[in-house]
Design a protein around this ligand. Structure first.
Ligand code: C2E
Ligand code: CA
Length: 766
C-alpha cells in the first residue's frame, strides 16, 4: 500500500498540481484516476482493519463518489465541450462525498463518546455550532446577493456549509473535549484529512460566491491533499493491526479540556482583523464563549460529583462484597463450630451434649419414643492391654458399623468412652428388639485390627418415654440401669428393657457392693471344694475350689452374684489372692498327708490376667507355700480366653512355664473357636453345664458333646464334664469316653473338712 502511495498516488498528485497550472485537460483526466486509486487503497486497507471497519469503508465510498464526479466532469469537459462548472449536477454529485464524510464522522463520534461526558459534549457542540453559524452567516451569507443565485444553488450551499461546519465541530469537539487519553495515530491522520477537506470546502464556497473559482485551482489541490491524507491514515491504521484503534477510555474521571475552546476565539478575531467580521459579531461570540465556560465549569462540577458518587458507590460495593465474603466465612465457620459442638471428634457420631439436647426436644414434642443405652463389654481390657490408640480404632470401627446399620433410621450418639445411645421413635417392643438385633448382628463379626481379632459384645438397655420416665435425667438413668442389667446377665441377654424391678435389683447390687467393700476376706469368706472324679473308676482325682460368702446378716451370697461385682470394683484381685493361697496350701497338705496326686482347679477372672503383678504374685505364692505347681490348674472361661490379647498370651505362657495347668471353663457356650486352644497351650476342656444338662434328652446336644470329646482326644486334651446331675448323664459321658466327671450327682461343693472326711480319709467314697 505504501508503495502504491509512493509510486502512484504521490506522483499523480504532483502531476495534477503541475498540469492544473499548465494543461487543465490533463488535470481533469488525472483527477478521477487519482481518486479511484485512493478509494482502492482505502477499501483494501479496510479489509485488514478489525475495529470500526465501517468507518474506513464509508471513507472509501466517499472517495469513490468524488472520483465518479471527477470522471463525469472530465467527460463533459473533454468530450462534450460543455462547461461542467455551469452544471448544477456537480453541486449535488460532490455533495454526496460531503454527506458520506459527515455520516462517517458521526458514526465514529457516537461510538466513542462515553455516556459520562454527554452533557459536556452537548455543551461543546452547542457552543461551537452557535459560533460557527454566527461566523458562517457573518462571513458568507452577508455578501451573497440572493437575487443573483438560483434556489437550488442556495440550498446546496447551505447544506454544504452545514455539513462542513458539523464536521469541523465534531473534529474540534473531539480534540477539545478529548475524552480519549490517546487518539490513535491513524485517527489523527483522518482528523487532519477532515480539517484539510473542510478548509478546502470553505475555500471553494467562498471563491464560488465571490465568483473567483477556477476549476483545478488551489481549492481542488487542497482537496486532493486531504484525500491523500485519508489514504495515509488507512495505511497507518493497518501498520499496527493489534491496536489499530483505541477507544479504551472508560473511567469517568476525564473532564476534557474545555479551556482549549478559548482558542476558537482566534478565528473571529482573525476575521475581524481581516475586516470580514463586525465588532458586534465579535462581542456576541465572546459573550457566548464566556457563557460556555461558566456552564462548562458547572457541568464539570456535576461530572466530578457524579464521578465521586460512582467512586463512592464502587468502594461501597467492594466493601459490601468483602463484608458478604467475611459473613459467608463466618457463617461457614459458625456451621463448622456448630457441627463440632454436636459431634464427637473421634467417631463423628453425635456427642453427649447433643444427645441431651435431642432428648429435651423430644420431650417438648411429647410423642412416645425410646432410648437405647449401649455399652461395649470388656472394652477396658482392650484399652489396658493394647493402649488407647488401639481402643480408639476399635471405637471408630464400632461407630462406623453402627452408623452403617442404623444411621439411616436413628440418631446415634457416643455418650461416653465406650457408651453409645440411640433415639428410637415410638416404643413398641418390636422396634426395640429390631434395634437390638441389628446391633448384635453387627457386633458378631470380629473386628480385625493390626493383626488382632476382637470379639466385642454390647450390652443394651432400653428406656421408654413416657412409660419408664418423664424427664431426661430419669430416662437416661433408667436406660443405664437396664443396660447395667444386660451386662450383668452376661452372655445370656444382650438387651434389657427397663422395668421397676430392675431398680430393686440395682439396689441389691449396690447393697452387695457396699457389703463387699466392708468384707474381711479372711473371716467372711471360705473355700468350698467340689470333687472331680475319674469317669470310669469314679475315683477322686481332683477338685474345684469355689468361694463361699456367708454374711452375718444377709446369709449366703452366691459367687455368681458377687464375683462380677468384685470384678467391676476391682476387689477381685484381693479375692484371688485369698483363694489362691488357701487353695494352694490346701492341696499341698492333702497331697502330702494322703500321698495323692490330686489337682486343685482354681477359677481365674480375666481381669486377673490383665494385672501385670499376677505372675509375680504367683511366683511369690509358690515360694511361700512351697507347693508344686503341677497340683494346680487355672480355669478361664471360653469367652475371656477368646478375647485375650498378646499380653494375656504372655501371662498364659508364663503360667505354663511355672508349671501350672490351664483349663478352659464353660466350653461350648461361646463361639467355640478352637484356634486359641493351640495358642494358649491348654491342658483341659471343661464342657459347659448347659450342654451336659440336656445330653440325655436332646440328640444334637449329645452330638456336640461327642464332637468336643473326639476333638479333644485328637488334641490330647483332658475332658471334664461339668454339672453332671444324673446317672444317665454319667453313663452317656462314659460311653463318649469323657475323662472326668464333676457334678451334684457325685458330689456338691463342700467344706475342706467334709471333703477330707468323705473322699480322702477312707481312700474313696465307694
Ligand atoms: P463355674 O466356674 O462354672 O463353677 C461351677 C458352678 O457350677 C459352681 O457354682 C458349682 O456349685 C455349680 N455346680 C457344680 N455342679 C453342679 C451341678 O451338678 N448342677 C448345678 N446346677 N450346678 C453345679 P458356684 O459355686 O455358685 O459358682 C458360680 C460361679 O462363680 C462359678 O462358675 C465361677 O465362675 C464363679 N466362682 C466361684 N468361685 C470363684 C472363685 O474363687 N474365683 C472366681 N474368679 N470365680 C469364682
Ligand atoms: Ca469353674
Amino acid at each position: 500500500m505504501k508503495k502504491i502511495i509512493r509510486f502512484l498516488i504521490i506522483p499523480l498528485l504532483i502531476a495534477y498540481i503541475i498540469s492544473s497550472y499548465t494543461y487543465t485537460v490533463m488535470a481533469d483526466i488525472i483527477a478521477p484516476i487519482y481518486m479511484f486509486l485512493i478509494s482502492v487503497v482505502l477499501y483494501l486497507q479496510s479489509r485488514k482493519i478489525q475495529n470500526l471497519r465501517i468507518v474506513w469503508r464509508i471513507l472509501a465510498l466517499a472517495m469513490l463518489s468524488w472520483g465518479v464526479a471527477d470522471l463525469l466532469w472530465a467527460y463533459f469537459a473533454i468530450v462534450t465541450n460543455l462547461d461542467p462548472n455551469e452544471m448544477d449536477l456537480f453541486i449535488y454529485l460532490y455533495l454526496i462525498t460531503d454527506i458520506l464524510l459527515l455520516i462517517n464522522a458521526s458514526i465514529y463520534f457516537v461510538k466513542n463518546i462515553s455516556k459520562w461526558n454527554r452533557l459536556q459534549l452537548l455543551l461543546d457542540i452547542t457552543v461551537i455550532m452557535v459560533i460557527s453559524f454566527a461566523l458562517g452567516s457573518a462571513v458568507f451569507f452577508s455578501k451573497i446577493d440572493f437575487s443573483e443565485i438560483l434556489l437550488a444553488d442556495f440550498v446546496a450551499t447551505v447544506v454544504y456549509l452545514t455539513f462542513d461546519i458539523l464536521m469541523l465541530i465534531i473534529i474540534v469537539t473531539m480534540v477539545a473535549s478529548s475524552r480519549y487519553k490517546k487518539i490513535k495515530i491513524a485517527i489523527k491522520y483522518m482528523m487532519i484529512g477532515y480539517i484539510i477537506y473542510v478548509l478546502a470546502d470553505l475555500f471553494y464556497i467562498d471563491s464560488y460566491y465571490s465568483m473567483t473559482y477556477i476549476p483545478n485551482s488551489i481549492s481542488d489541490i487542497i482537496f486532493m491533499i486531504a484525500f491523500l491524507v485519508f489514504a495515509l491514515s488507512a495505511v497507518k491504521a493497518t501498520s499496527n493491526p493489534v491496536d489499530d484503534y483505541d477507544n479504551t477510555e472508560t473511567t469517568p474521571l476525564n473532564f476534557g479540556k474545555s479551556k482549549i475552546l478559548w482558542w476558537v476565539f482566534v478565528v473571529p478575531i482573525g476575521l475581524y482583523l481581516m475586516g470580514r467580521l463586525s465588532i458586534s459579531y465579535l462581542t456576541a461570540i465572546l459573550f457566548t464563549l464566556v457563557i460556555y465556560q461558566v456552564m462548562s465549569h458547572y457541568v464539570q462540577k456535576l461530572l466530578m460529583t457524579e464521578t465521586l458518587y460512582v467512586k463512592e458507590h464502587e468502594i461501597k460495593m467492594t466493601l459490601e462484597r468483602t463484608i458478604e465474603k467475611r459473613t459467608e466465612e463466618l457463617l461457614l465457620s459458625q456451621k463448622e463450630l456448630e457441627k463440632r459442638a454436636i459431634t464427637d471428634s473421634l467417631t463423628h457420631l453425635f456427642n453427649r451434649d447433643y444427645f441431651i439436647e435431642s432428648l429435651n426436644n423430644r420431650l417438648k414434642e411429647n410423642k412416645p419414643f425410646s432410648i437405647a443405652y449401649l455399652d461395649l463389654d470388656r472394652f477396658k481390657i482392650i484399652n489396658d492391654l493394647h493402649g488407647h490408640p488401639m481402643g480408639d480404632l476399635v471405637l471408630v470401627e464400632v461407630s462406623r458399623r453402627f452408623s452403617k446399620q442404623l444411621g439411616m433410621d436413628y440418631d446415634i450418639f457416643r455418650v461416653g468412652g465406650d457408651e453409645f445411645a440411640i433415639i428410637i421413635s415410638g416404643n413398641a417392643t418390636k422396634n426395640l428388639e429390631d434395634v437390638s438385633r441389628k446391633i448384635i448382628d453387627v457386633m458378631k463379626v470380629p473386628i480385625a485390627l493390626e493383626g488382632f481379632q476382637f470379639t466385642i459384645d454390647a450390652s443394651i438397655g432400653f428406656a421408654r418415654y413416657p412409660n419408664d420416665a418423664l424427664t431426661v435425667s430419669d430416662l437416661v438413668k433408667n436406660a443405664d440401669i437396664a443396660m447395667y442389667h444386660a451386662k450383668a446377665n452376661g452372655a445370656m441377654t444382650k438387651h434389657v428393657v427397663f422395668s421397676s424391678q430392675l431398680i430393686e435389683q440395682l439396689e441389691r447390687r449396690n447393697h452387695i457392693e457396699i457389703l463387699l467393700k466392708n468384707a474381711d476376706f479372711k473371716t467372711d469368706f471360705e473355700l468350698y471344694y467340689q470333687p472331680q472324679f475319674d469317669a470310669k473308676s469314679l475315683e477322686i482325682i481332683g477338685m474345684e475350689a469355689l468361694i463361699r460368702w456367708f454374711h452375718k446378716e444377709e446369709g449366703f451370697i452366691s459367687p455368681a452374684e458377687f464375683i462380677p461385682i468384685a470384678e467391676e470394683i476391682g476387689l477381685i484381685l484381693e479375692i484371688n489372692e485369698f483363694v489362691f493361697a488357701e487353695a494352694m496350701l490346701q492341696i499341698k497338705r492333702w497331697n502330702s498327708v494322703y500321698n495323692k496326686q490330686l489337682i486343685m482347679s482354681v477359677n481365674l477372672s480375666p481381669l486377673t490376667l490383665n494385672s501385670v503383678d499376677f505372675y509375680l504374685n504367683l511366683k511369690d505364692l509358690l515360694e511361700i507355700t512351697g507347693v508344686t505347681p503341677d497340683y494346680l490348674e487355672f480355669e478361664i472361661t471360653e469367652h475371656s480366653a477368646m478375647n485375650s490379647s498378646n499380653i494375656m498370651e504372655d501371662v498364659f505362657r508364663q503360667i505354663k512355664e511355672l508349671g501350672f495347668y490351664i483349663s478352659i471353663d464353660d466350653f461350648g457356650t461361646g463361639y467355640s473357636s478352637l484356634s486359641y486352644l493351640k495358642r494358649f497351650n491348654v491342658d483341659t476342656l471343661k464342657i459347659a453345664r448347659e450342654l451336659i444338662a440336656n445330653i440325655e434328652l436332646q440328640e444334637d446336644e449329645m452330638q456336640i458333646v461327642k464332637a468336643i470329646i473326639m476333638m479333644s482326644e485328637a488334641l490330647g486334651l483332658k475332658i471334664i464334664a461339668e454339672g453332671v446331675e444324673t446317672k444317665e448323664q454319667l453313663n452317656i459321658l462314659n460311653d463318649l469316653k469323657c475323662h472326668v466327671i464333676q457334678g451334684y450327682y457325685l458330689a456338691k461343693p463342700m467344706t475342706a473338712d467334709d471333703l477330707e472326711e468323705q473322699f480322702l480319709k477312707k481312700g474313696s467314697k465307694n
